[in-house]
Design a protein around this ligand. Structure first.
Ligand SMILES: [Cu+2]
Length: 315
């Protein structure tokens, strides 16, 4: 990293971990230095004017004003540089992000669904098919309304808060929301996209560094917005396969209720949705051994009406 790039770090930009991120960083870097130069330039000019035209030296107003054309040239130069930044760099980069999606056969395809105040992830499972989701089927035990009568839904994986992806493979995330507008923001991947109810909006990125990163909500979406965090874990391919296998097995084992199902009316003893610890925080094992909210099978939901015939046992 050149010393010029330290300005991003100084301003709190987390380290980049995506393939295209360096291009964003270059634009940010340049914009920050350019704005810094403008700030110093205009600040110096303002100070000069305050002193040069102070009342004791200039008791009578000069109504002719500035005759030199320097300020016009300076203004023009600033506009030109900003136009080059916008038309030459920012718009083409944005166009590539929205027009040049990787072929879906090479990419990991995931659905992310925002809700107040957490992120649900829906993966297609070994068959590669996303099961049908229906808003009418949404319940505490079936947060995405997965239709268990749909053959495509049998092996689907639904996880709350933590998404795993393999390194060096493009990831396409299709975003939607169950309630209000959220924003799926991955600061380390230099990408963010609004999640809007009733729409399926795709975005993509290619992680190039393994590690644990933050997923945050980038839109003020309600009182609990500050806690709407998730985790993106970039694994090496073996770790990713192991995680997938574990999730598939977990989905299969969920047809039997766990021995410690919560009694009716009891608050959730698992982690509060959306309060995933920040990256690097020490891992706290679930002390009570109670299932996490997403791992709860439908039968374990105490305060529900008789289970919907299609409530998915293989979430
Ligand atoms: Cu939100």
């Amino acid at each position: 990293m050149s010393s010029l790039a330290l300005i991003n770090q100084f301003l709190g930009q987390p380290p980049n971990a995506s393939e295209h991120g360096y291009q964003i960083d270059h634009i940010l870097e340049f914009s920050h230095w350019f704005m810094g130069a403008l700030f110093v330039g205009w600040g110096a000019f303002f100070t000069y004017v305050l002193i040069r035209f102070r009342r004791s030296r200039q008791p009578v107003a000069n109504h002719e004003g500035v005759k030199s054309g320097i300020s016009t040239h300076l203004e023009f130069a600033v506009v030109l540089i900003e136009a080059v930044l916008l038309i030459g760099f920012a718009i083409p980069l944005w166009a590539r992000r929205v027009n040049e999606f990787p072929p879906s056969k090479d990419a990991i395809l995931v659905h992310a669904v925002g809700q107040q105040f957490n992120w649900n992830f829906h993966l297609p499972g070994p068959d590669g098919q996303f099961g049908r989701r229906d808003a009418d089927l949404v319940s505490n035990s079936n947060p995405l309304g997965l239709d268990s009568n749909d053959p495509g839904a049998k092996d689907d994986i639904v996880v709350l808060g933590e998404l795993h992806v393999p390194v060096n493979r493009p990831v396409i995330v299709e975003l939607s929301s169950k309630d209000v507008i959220h924003n799926f923001a991955l600061p380390n991947m230099r990408i963010a996209q609004d999640a809007i109810p009733g729409q399926l909006i795709p975005m993509w990125f290619t992680p190039i560094k393994t590690g644990t990163y933050e997923v945050i909500c980038g839109q003020l979406c309600g009182l609990g917005h500050y806690g709407m965090k998730g985790t993106l874990v970039v694994d090496n391919p073996q770790e990713y396969q192991a995680w997938l296998k574990e999730r598939v097995e977990l989905a299969g084992s969920q047809s039997a209720p766990p021995p410690n199902a919560r009694p009716p009316g009891e608050p959730n003893s698992g982690p509060t949705p959306g309060t995933v610890p920040p990256p690097g925080a020490p891992k706290v094992e679930n002390p009570s051994g109670a299932p996490t909210p997403n791992a709860l099978p439908p039968q374990a939901q105490p305060n529900e009406q008789p289970p919907h015939p299609s409530a998915s046992p293989q979430l």
